[in-house]
Design a protein around this ligand. Structure first.
Ligand SMILES: *[C@@H]1O[C@H](CO)[C@@H](O)[C@H](O)[C@H]1NC(C)=O
Ligand SMILES: *[C@@H]1O[C@H](CO)[C@@H](O)[C@H](O)[C@H]1NC(C)=O
Length: 402
């Protein structure tokens, strides 16, 4: 008690003496970039983090909110400091956006809760704004809405070019970014709890695999988002596939084919602040041997790290990777060893040339979420050996910040 009142007295004196100290100086700041590094409150920001896509939908049932608090509590105590999650659910069950521009206030309050809890546990959030896939609506739902409104579109990839649909996307992004949190009363666009927005989860474009169509969309949406929020970082949310600007590098893509993104031109866009890669060798190289997958992972990592460092000159986040229990021969040990190897890569490259700032494993869940399991689930309270590996990595990454 004495110690506490001494601290408070000293604090009162300090605040009294340094009259320029304002409330907002006392809360952690916005993550920014400086060259190929992230910076937070004047220091390099390196991290270990995780994906938990489910936070908003689970929080939409108030009796289940303890799972959101629980996962942040466990993650924070393991030293994890960044969480990537969905700020989208378009149409259908548990929709945030029920139809273009029409929101379910309960879902918005659930997202408010997620952000407010992350703030409490000092975890930075990366929020993705729409899905490439049909889960939680995705670009398919946007196209369906346009068709219902009589717009002559047919392909899901019309999402990237049709004016009406681009308008839906912009309006939705604006509604989210300018939302005032009902719990903290802070506008999302003013909240340093949010580390970054992602334009889309894993954009791909089949009708134009060159990367040019997506490049136009990314440029337009990135400019728009920055015009309403220039405090937060912005990323594409891409998996890292190479396109037409680097024909020699297409061979490094899974299957040596193109997917509609262009890692180089898409990330050269000025409004895009950092680059991302995802990697699922077990899915992308299904049927290949372990050695082939290892070589793929290593090349995937080194090429994108080098490109981010020397060509794009922006930090890189390894946004998704993981090991599924559904894979043949899976054991806890095989997952631990996979994560250990991936973490060593991240750490060693971060140490010798920076650029890579951290990884986000797919994915962390809470106790009692069996119905959500996808094979990749890590429950920190149960998977103790995996938790230890994640925690050691968090310490190692944080140690590079000094
Ligand atoms: C890294 O990128 C630079 C610039 O494109 C290139 O000259 C160099 O060969 C690359 N290094 C590796 C190891 O790929
Ligand atoms: C992880 O890697 C380190 C060295 O990089 C090694 O000492 C440790 O035993 C590994 N742990 C597991 C669980 O594979």
């Amino acid at each position: 008690m004495t110690t506490m009142s001494t601290i408070i007295n000293a604090w009162v004196l300090l605040v009294g003496a340094v009259s320029v100290v304002k409330a907002q100086d006392l809360i952690p700041g916005f993550v920014q970039t400086s060259g190929t590094e992230f910076v937070l409150n004047g220091s390099p920001f390196l991290f270990n983090g995780f994906n938990s896509y489910w936070l908003m939908v689970v929080a939409s049932d108030p009796t289940q909110r303890y799972k959101v608090s629980g996962v942040f509590h466990e993650a924070a105590s393991a030293g994890l400091s960044v969480c990537r999650t969905w700020a989208f659910s378009d149409g259908g069950y548990q929709a945030l956006q029920k139809s273009p521009g029409v929101y379910d206030e309960l879902l918005f309050q659930a997202l408010d809760f997620v952000i407010s809890e992350a703030r409490k546990y000092r975890i930075k959030l990366i929020l993705s704004l729409v899905n490439n896939y049909n889960d939680f609506g995705g670009k398919h739902q946007y196209v369906e809405w346009a068709i219902s409104a009589g717009v002559p579109v047919t392909s899901d990839d019309d999402f990237y070019t049709n004016g009406v649909i681009k308008g839906y996307y912009k309006n939705n992004a604006k509604a989210i970014i300018t939302r005032i949190n009902s719990i903290t009363r802070i506008a999302y666009k003013e909240d340093p709890t949010i580390m970054a927005w992602e334009l889309m989860n894993e954009p791909r474009c089949q009708v134009d695999v060159s990367g040019k169509t997506l490049n136009g969309w990314i440029q337009e949406m990135a400019s728009y988002l920055k015009s309403i929020d220039n405090k937060h970082l912005l990323a594409v949310g891409m998996e890292g596939f190479y396109g037409d600007s680097t024909p020699k590098k297409v061979q490094y893509n899974p299957g040596s084919v193109k997917y509609g993104t262009d890692f180089i031109t898409n990330n050269l866009i000025k409004e895009i602040d950092y680059t991302t890669i995802h990697a699922y060798a077990d899915i992308w190289l299904k049927g290949e041997g372990d050695k082939t997958k290892e070589i793929f992972m290593e090349r995937w990592f080194i090429n994108h790290w080098n490109d981010s460092r020397t060509v794009l000159k922006k930090p890189l986040v390894f946004g998704e990777f993981g090991k599924s229990k559904k894979d043949p021969g899976y054991t806890t040990q095989s997952r631990d060893s996979f994560m250990n190897t991936t973490y060593s890569f991240i750490y060693n490259f971060a140490k010798n040339g920076a650029t890579i700032a951290g990884g986000l494993v797919w994915q962390v869940m809470s106790d009692g979420m069996e119905s959500y399991y996808d094979g990749y689930e890590i429950v920190l309270t149960q998977d103790t050996s995996t938790r230890n590996i994640m925690s050691v990595q968090a310490l190692k990454m944080a140690s590079l910040a000094h």
